[in-house]
Write a protein that binds this ligand. Structure first.
Ligand code: SUG
Length: 446
């Protein structure tokens, strides 16, 4: 057996809500104040993951984080019992409180940047937990993400889990959402493409923030021991950011030799493609599938999330499968594009659609929900088996979601002090289901 690509999906957390916290993310702004359906959200995610597992792909999960994040509020001066901290934070500083209650760790593509072992100098699989410092609600994710990755990939002789980069604007890092790896096959050395929105040493003035910096990309490539000749660090286009592509994976996805991207994804497309060709020289010939602005306007690319799809080698099929969100099927230009694409003889032979609407309304499509980890057979054996999806885990998580998750959650209901214990009971039960130990969350260690 050769190396495989596993997908680790972020489980939608019990406090999933629509607070409009993410500047530059049009879906988050548009749905601010709407009533969320946490139970439907987690079940949608489970169904998507099950589809891949049933097809024979390797699928795992990353656990949600503790939300509301009471330790964060205590550090900011709120006191009393945990329920009192939550109640008083919501009353005195409601915007701050909402920032401590987002279920944003569900977007596992932002958990970390992952470099598989064939690409690294020491032959270990390297992961850097993302600092997500450009938004308040996500800037609290990094330490718990690093803890989760260490619990899932525990063997230091095979896995190197790096802490987030320093919490200073120069190092803005949003993880694998701005990283693409191309290769001849998963286990062979690949080309790692890191995409930044801005150079932190230059000023940035635009409609929306650019979250990933060039300096963060360079630091990650150094930490992971990537070969500079096989590493491409390129600039995302300002036009894409200003149209609402807050991460590169909203306008670009890759798998194997194939890069599927929008004409406006990169600041300098020609230079980007030349750099990829040069880095791949001697390894493989990259295949570029570029979608022109006059076929799919960037605005449609963003509302449909066509590029925020999982591009997969599907067992039993010759050509790749694009697992796109339902919204891609419901947007005329992207549906027509997909029909033309699969009718042609390009590398993508089928488009399938997943319903992840609860996540989509916060700007997270199928690709946002997963972290890809290429694993050799020996590495796969070293992964904590409790988080890997099989029929037992699927049944247990479905029951768990039905027991612990609310059917609906409005922003007013988010203030409910009972939510603190409710959400902790869910997470505590989850650590038992997934074998994560009884000291995984801060509330368990207190
Ligand atoms: O960081 N949304 C997330 C969506 C992340 C999508 N991930 C990728 N593209 N890989 C974000 O903008 C919205 C939360 C809120 O508004 O409550 C949010 O954080």
């Amino acid at each position: 057996m050769s190396a495989i690509e596993a997908n680790f999906d972020g489980l939608v957390g019990p406090t999933h809500n629509y607070a409009g916290l993410a500047e530059g993310n049009l879906a988050s702004a548009k749905n601010a104040g709407n009533i969320a359906a946490p139970r439907a959200g987690v079940l949608e995610g489970l169904a998507k993951a099950k589809r891949l597992a049933d097809a024979g792909l390797v699928q795992g999960f990353l656990p949600p984080h503790e939300r509301p994040f009471i330790p964060g509020l205590r550090a900011l001066g709120f006191t009393g019992s945990d329920a009192q901290v939550w109640e008083s934070a919501f009353r005195r500083a409601p915007v701050l409180a909402r920032n401590m209650a987002s279920a944003s760790p569900m977007w596992a593509a932002n958990a970390a940047t992952v470099s598989p072992s064939p690409d690294t100098a020491d032959g270990r699989l390297h992961m850097s937990a993302a600092n997500l410092l450009s938004t308040l609600h996500r800037s609290i994710e990094g330490p718990q993400t690093a803890r989760a990755l260490r619990a899932i990939f525990p063997d230091d002789s095979r896995f190197a889990v790096h802490d987030p980069l320093p919490m200073q604007g120069t190092w803005g890092d949003e993880g694998a959402a701005n990283h693409v790896r191309l290769c001849a096959e998963h286990g062979a050395p690949g080309v790692e493409i890191l995409v930044y929105g801005r150079d932190a040493f230059e000023s940035w003035q635009a409609r929306f923030p650019a979250r990933q910096t060039k300096q963060a990309c360079e630091a990650i490539a150094r930490r992971h021991g990537l070969d500079p000749e096989r590493t491409v660090i390129v600039c995302q286009s300002r036009a894409a950011i200003e149209a609402g592509a807050f991460h590169n994976d909203v306008v670009c996805v890759g798998n194997g030799r194939v890069l599927f991207f929008h004409e406006l994804a990169f600041e300098d497309t020609e230079a980007t493609l030349d750099a990829i060709r040069a880095a791949a020289k001697g390894l493989f010939d990259p295949v570029f599938v570029e979608v022109a602005q006059d076929e799919v306007a960037i605005e449609d690319a963003i509302t449909s999330y066509i590029f925020n799809s999982q591009l997969l080698d599907w067992p039993g099929e010759d050509r790749m499968v694009l697992l796109a969100p339902k919204e891609t099927q419901e947007t005329a230009s992207t549906r027509a594009y997909c029909e033309r694409m699969v009718a042609g003889n390009g590398p993508i032979g089928r488009v399938d659609y997943a319903d992840v609407r609860q996540s989509m309304r916060n700007g997270g499509g199928p690709a946002c929900l997963r972290l890809r980890v290429v694993l050799t057979p020996a590495e796969l054996k070293a992964v904590n088996p409790g988080v890997m999806l099989d029929d037992r885990l699927f049944a247990a998580l479905t029951d768990w979601a039905k027991t612990h998750y609310r059917e609906s959650l409005s922003l007013t209901e988010l203030a409910d002090p009972a939510l603190v214990d409710e959400s902790r009971a869910a997470l505590d039960a989850l650590t038992r289901i997934m074998g994560l130990g009884s000291d995984f969350y801060e509330f368990q260690r207190a």
